[in-house]
Design a protein around this ligand. Structure first.
Ligand SMILES: C[S@@+](CC[C@H](N)C(=O)[O-])C[C@H]1O[C@@H](n2cnc3c(N)ncnc32)[C@H](O)[C@@H]1O
Length: 220
């Protein structure tokens, strides 16, 4: 694997439908207010949790509502997802949410070591075609970046519905001593923990009858 593999684009579209005037205003006026500055992590919160690729924001918003004393930092390059989250954040006054509209690797390189207390990567893009697999986000390069920013004892949660991706993820973790897989019995990766609400992609996997894998790792 070359040193630059982690720079390959790991996401599909950045834009969907043309935004309405209200949505343009959310991006222009509200995004800067809630945007995440890696040089200045949010202050006044018990912990910093990071969600990578929040999609429609279902899980990010659930965690933000349940944990008002935790800063929820969400990264997502897809504009429609960012608009959804900003709509909820502004209408519900979710002051604990911060957003980076872009590739998470941009901020993982600049945030101070040990800043992140919990991280989530839920149903990352599967890139099913063999020639595209190099684009999969969860690989050894990403684990190195995460190991630097996660404090010892921090938890990393990953969900996927693609068996082959689950396998390559576990292979990457097996060669990364910074993380320890928390699984004593199959139920530990087959059953979704109660404080891990369903996302849109997960619901699709359920509808289409695909097995889901729920992995938890601890930063050593
Ligand atoms: C398959 S979707 C899953 C969305 C959501 N987590 C869910 O479970 O419904 C994967 C998401 O990850 C985002 N993504 C892909 N690469 C990313 C990256 N490098 N940084 C941040 N987000 C990324 C994509 O834009 C996409 O919205």
């Amino acid at each position: 694997m070359s040193a630059d593999d982690h720079e390959l684009r790991s996401f599909g579209r950045r834009r969907g439908r043309k935004p309405s005037a209200r949505q343009v205003s959310l991006l222009r006026e509200d995004l800067p207010r809630f945007s995440f500055d890696p040089a200045k992590p949010p202050e006044g919160f018990r912990q910093n949790w990071l969600e990578i690729g929040f999609g429609g924001g279902e899980h990010l918003l659930w965690q933000a509502r349940q944990n008002r004393d935790v800063a929820l930092i969400g990264c997502e390059p897809f504009e429609d997802g960012v608009i959804k989250v900003l709509t909820a954040v502004t209408t519900e006054n979710l002051e604990n949410v911060r957003v980076h509209m872009g590739d998470v690797r941009e901020i993982l390189k600049s945030v101070a070591p040990g800043t992140i207390d919990r991280a989530f990567i839920l149903f990352p893009d599967p890139w099913p075609k063999r020639k595209h697999r190099k684009r999969r986000l969860v690989n050894s390069s990403l684990l190195k970046l995460l190991a630097r920013v996660m404090r010892p004892g921090a938890e990393l949660r990953i969900g996927t519905d693609i068996g082959d991706y689950a396998r390559t993820m576990l292979e990457a973790f097996a060669t990364e001593p910074a993380f320890e897989w928390q699984a004593a019995t199959p139920a530990d990766w087959r059953d979704r923990p109660l404080d891990w609400p369903e996302t849109r992609y997960e619901a699709k996997a359920v509808r289409e009858g695909r097995r889901r894998y729920y992995f938890r790792f601890l930063r050593r």
